[in-house]
Each structure stands twice: as structure tokens, then as C-alpha cells.
Design a protein around this ligand. Structure first.
Ligand code: N01
Length: 543
């Protein structure tokens, strides 16, 4: 039987990329009393839970991995953009090399945590878990990621549906056989695009319910021969060094020219080259005013429009998937990467419903299917909810008993005043708690492993400095948090990002405060600002 009141120096929540990076870095610095509590049954975070059909990472495998030599020198991805299955194989490999699980308890859900700050108290965290245990630790590190809390929209009658309802982030373990079936996908974000690409080819009939068109870009997928895999692997040390120097942690750098500084011919050739390159290059290596000037942005949109509309044969579907007027500035909301997404709508078995058209909103789910406001009923056997996550904040506020030193829960605090952190790494009222890949860090605007490595290094250096200087704890001041948030908002307001209803801005969840949840200044600036603070604990109370 597990000990009822275990105690560690450092407790981490979550065993995805951040938890593993932190644990490995802590071990390297001699911290042996570390434990990870992970609610899932294996390592991998979102990659463990996202098993929907067609699931694939939308970052090139070469940069979407840890820069740990003993790990990367003994593994290579077989495709440019690896499948979720191969990412799970990668995590199994990480386990074989680093023996992570010896410090992990799987199937353990943290339900609450509180730091006893009183002078007569222990000045430690008391962490509650669903199995009834209370764990004590000096440092608590949240590695819960951005997408721990799935979002299910409140659709009347959903529970009355007689067929199967599956959320992309909680897919039935045995999969869903849709052969000969009538199926629907609600949502056209990254998950929806990938499910649609798979199901269109397998199901008897697929109905896609789209609210906002996805300005999806070509993935330009490639299979790697063993020779190419070897070449990619040999180049990794350079790749890892380079990714830390760019704004996003991807290798692409913005073109210093502005959109209209160059001739129309040159511009067209540049757009064409980036489109052919695939992935985020179209934005990240685009002209420098792409995300700051609406006319420039429209020029990039028009190029995408021309390319995309040429692939869709039905004029009605063409206008819904790639409308002449942009739904939002290109790049202000996350574009997915597609392989043959738009071609699926040329198939006779694929219907498209524009939820923004009068009468076409979803009225209710009936036992036999989905009814739209105009009374049309779409008969269905399976409904896929690809409706995303209460991103970033939701991963923390879903821990019901996570509360500050005064006993107020984080969920209450942030519901009232919006999110607040210092550096995206710490939070007032939560002494000695650190956040990784979380609210107000580079998170969703970065290549995960790249920003995680910067934050993990900072967190471990902060813990070492606390130990070396004999401090009990550190805690950010209210003023420091306010200044950090103001900095984020100031940079955000210089861009077109607020003009899109995106999960970057918390705008995908009804009732959630609309505010920027990521640091938009880029990795080099972020790292520099965080490192400077560490020199003298600027913005922290030290006890
Ligand atoms: O979620 P999303 P996701 N009625 O929030 C729609 C990462 N990821 O799971 O755009 C009808 O992007 C919503 O519509 P709208 C990646 O970072 C990565 O797809 O809000 N529709 C939208 O179309 C990604 O960005 C990978 O108008 C409703 C969709 O549901 C992030 O996770 C794979 C609705 C939600 O899209 C999230 O992606 C998967 C409603 N009531 C995910 N509510 C890879 O790396 C919401 N929608 C491959």
C-alpha cells in the first residue's frame, strides 16, 4: 500500500514533455528526491490522450523533440511530421534511455495543493491526490501543459444521442470503426481537420459542422528513407542550437522586408516558395508586417485564398471553406497543417454545414442525429466533438483545490480578475510553485520543446539559488505580476492577434475573460528577461 503522507523535495504534476524535461534537468543537478504524479496511464501528456484518427504533430519531428544527446542520438522519426503513434514510440524510447518512470506515479490525480506559509508551519506544500493521500514537498512544479482540460460545448440534447459521441482528446481506446456509418465532426481546428481527413475516406457519409474556416496550410509531408533519417539526426545539434535563437523556436525567421517594399512579382515568388516549403513557414518566414498591418496581412490571405479555392470544386463549399473576406487576420489564430483536407470536400459523401449561416446553427442533438435551427435533421451514428480545450488556464483551474496561501482557489481568483502570473513561471500566493509551458509563457506561440527547455533551466536554476542562499521560499509581488501582464498586453496590442477569436486569447470558451494568455515577444527576449530577474530576484519577495 502507498504511504499515506509521502514527502519529497520536489513534486511535479504531469509527465509530458515538460515533466520529463524538468525531472531530467533536476537529476542532472543532483536532486534525487523528486516525484512526478501523472493522472494518465503512461508518459506523453497530450500525446498519450490524443488518439483520434489521423492525429499527427503539426511541428517537424526534427525540432519537436528533446535536445538530450543520449535520447536524440538513438531515435529518429520516419516522417517529417510524425504521427501520434510515432510520438508515443518516442516517449517509450525516452523511457528506455532515461528511466523516467522510476520517479513517476501513474494514475495519480492531483486534486488540490496549498502552501503552509505560517512561521510555525512547515513552509511546505501539502498536495492532495484523488487516492486520499497528502504529499509534502518544498517545491511544486506544474507541468500540466496547455490542453489538460477538454472543452465540450453545451449543446441541448447531447446526452440523448443514441449513437456514439467521442471527444478528440478522450477517444475510445479501441478506436471507432466508421465503415458504412453516418458520422459528423463538430469543429475544424487542428483535431477536426485531421479527423475529417481520415473519416471522409472511411465513412458512408460525413457531415462537417464548421463555425470558423481553418486557414489550413499545406503540411508538405515527407517520408524519410533511412539515409535521410541519418542525415536529419546528424544535423540535430545545429538544429537545437538554432531553434533557441528564433522568435518561435521553429527554424524559420521573418523576412525583414515589408510586404509592399517589394515588387508584386517578387512577393508572389516569396509566397509561393513559403507555401511550397509548408507548415508555419508561410507565417514565420513571411514579411515582417504580416501580423502588424492589415493590408499586408490581406495580401498573404489573398495568396492563400487563390491556392485553396482552386482545390475546391463546389462553389458553395468553396465560399464556406475559403471565403473571399477573411474570417480573421491570417496567422492571428492557429492554422492547421493539412495533407488533402480541402479535397475531401469534393467527395460526394462529405457534406458541409456553415454554422454561421442563418438557420444553420445547431439547435439540438436528437436521439437520431443533429438538428439545425431551420429544422433539418442530419441522421447520424457517430458524432466527433473536435471542440478543443479550455486552454492554458483551464489546465490549472481544473484542479479544484489548488489554492493560494489565503485559501482562495486559483479558479476563483482567475474567474474574477483574469489570469495573472509573473514571467509565466510563478504566481503570487503560491510560494515555491513553478509553472512550465503555461499561462503567460511563450507556450502556444512557441515550439513546445524549445520553450520548455528555457523554462526548465530557469526553474532548476531558481531552485538551486534558493537552496544555495538558504531561503525558505520565494513569491512574486503583485506589482511584478501587473507589470508582466502589462508587458504582454502592450506587445499583443501591437499585433493583429486580438482581432481573432482564438484560444490564444481565451476567446473559445463562453464566459472566459478575453485576454492574451501567451507571451508574444519571442523566445530570445523571453529568456533574456527571465534570466535577468534571476540575478537579484527582481519582482520577488524572498523569505
Ligand atoms: O481545438 P481548437 P483543437 N459549436 O480550439 C469549434 C493543438 N493540437 O483540438 O474556431 C461549433 O483549435 C471551434 O470553432 P471556432 C494545437 O495547438 C495540435 O483542434 O472557435 N463549433 C474550432 O473549429 C491546436 O491549435 C495537434 O469558431 C465549435 C474547434 O471547435 C490545439 O491543440 C492536434 C464550438 C476547436 O478547435 C487545439 O486544437 C490537435 C461550438 N459550440 C491539437 N465550440 C497537432 O499537433 C468550439 N467549436 C497535430
Amino acid at each position: 500500500m502507498a504511504e499515506q503522507t509521502p514527502s519529497y523535495d520536489i513534486l511535479l504534476i504531469g509527465a509530458g514533455f515538460s515533466g520529463i524535461t524538468l525531472l531530467h534537468t533536476l537529476r542532472q543537478h543532483g536532486y534525487t528526491s523528486c516525484r512526478i504524479y501523472e493522472s494518465a496511464g503512461d508518459l506523453g501528456g497530450v500525446w498519450h490522450s490524443n488518439t483520434y484518427p489521423g492525429c499527427r504533430v503539426d511541428t517537424e519531428g526534427s525540432i519537436y523533440q528533446l535536445s538530450i544527446p543520449e535520447v536524440y542520438s538513438t531515435f529518429s522519426f520516419s516522417e517529417k511530421y510524425p504521427s501520434a503513434d510515432e510520438v508515443r514510440e518516442y516517449f517509450a524510447h525516452v523511457e528506455r534511455v532515461l528511466d523516467i518512470k522510476k520517479d513517476v506515479e501513474l494514475g495519480v490525480t492531483v486534486t488540490g495543493a496549498w502552501f503552509d506559509v505560517s512561521a510555525e508551519g512547515e513552509r511546505k506544500w501539502r498536495v492532495e491526490t484523488a487516492d486520499g493521500r497528502v504529499t509534502h514537498c518544498r517545491f511544486l512544479i506544474s507541468c500540466v501543459g496547455s490542453s489538460a482540460q477538454r472543452y465540450v460545448p453545451d449543446i441541448p440534447g447531447l446526452e440523448s444521442f443514441q449513437g456514439e459521441v467521442c471527444h478528440s482528446a478522450d477517444w475510445p481506446k479501441g478506436g471507432v470503426d466508421v465503415t458504412g456509418k453516418k458520422v459528423a465532426v463538430i469543429g475544424t481546428g487542428a483535431s477536426g481537420v485531421q479527423i475529417i481527413q481520415s473519416w471522409a475516406k472511411e465513412a458512408d457519409n460525413l457531415v462537417v459542422f464548421q463555425r470558423t474556416p481553418n486557414l489550413a496550410l499545406p503540411m508538405q509531408q515527407e517520408s524519410f528513407s533511412p539515409e535521410l533519417q541519418k542525415k536529419v539526426q546528424e544535423d540535430l545539434p545545429r538544429v537545437f542550437a538554432d531553434r533557441q535563437k528564433t522568435w518561435s523556436g521553429y527554424l524559420d525567421e521573418s523576412n525583414p522586408a515589408k510586404t509592399f517594399d517589394v515588387s508584386p512579382e517578387e512577393r508572389e515568388a516569396h509566397f509561393e516558395a513559403l507555401y511550397e516549403q509548408g507548415g508555419f513557414a508561410f507565417y514565420l518566414a513571411g514579411y515582417s508586417d504580416l501580423l502588424t498591418d492589415e493590408t499586408a496581412n490581406r495580401e498573404a490571405y489573398n495568396f492563400w485564398l487563390k491556392k485553396t479555392r482552386a482545390r475546391i470544386t463546389d462553389p458553395r463549399k468553396r465560399d464556406i471553406l475559403a471565403p473571399l473576406d477573411p474570417p480573421h487576420p491570417a496567422g492571428a489564430k492557429r492554422s492547421s497543417f493539412e495533407q488533402d483536407y480541402f479535397e475531401q470536400f469534393n467527395r460526394e459523401n462529405v457534406q458541409l454545414v456553415n454554422l454561421r449561416e442563418t438557420g444553420k446553427g445547431i439547435k439540438a442533438v436528437r436521439p437520431e442525429g443533429i438538428e439545425t435551427e431551420d429544422g433539418t435533421v442530419y441522421p447520424l451514428d457517430v458524432i466527433a466533438l473536435a471542440t478543443g480545450f479550455d486552454s492554458l488556464t483551464g489546465s490549472l483551474t481544473c484542479i479544484p483545490g489548488l489554492r493560494n496561501t489565503s485559501g482562495v482557489t486559483l479558479a476563483e481568483e482567475w474567474a474574477k480578475d483574469g489570469a495573472s502570473t509573473y514571467l509565466g513561471l510563478t504566481r503570487r500566493g503560491y510560494p515555491n510553485m513553478f509553472l512550465c509551458y503555461s499561462v503567460h509563457g511563450p507556450a502556444a506561440l512557441s515550439n513546445g520543446p524549445a520553450s520548455i527547455e528555457i523554462q526548465a533551466k530557469w526553474i532548476v536554476d531558481a531552485i538551486r539559488k534558493i537552496d544555495e542562499s538558504g531561503l525558505s521560499y520565494i513569491e512574486p509581488t503583485e506589482e511584478a505580476e501587473k507589470t508582466w501582464k502589462a508587458t504582454i498586453n502592450m506587445i499583443t496590442d501591437m499585433t493583429l492577434i486580438p482581432k481573432a477569436d482564438s484560444w490564444y486569447m481565451g476567446a473559445n470558451i463562453p464566459g472566459k475573460k478575453r485576454e492574451m494568455l501567451n507571451f508574444p515577444g519571442g523566445l530570445p527576449m523571453y529568456e533574456q528577461m527571465c534570466r535577468k530577474v534571476l540575478e537579484n530576484w527582481e519582482g520577488f519577495v524572498t523569505v
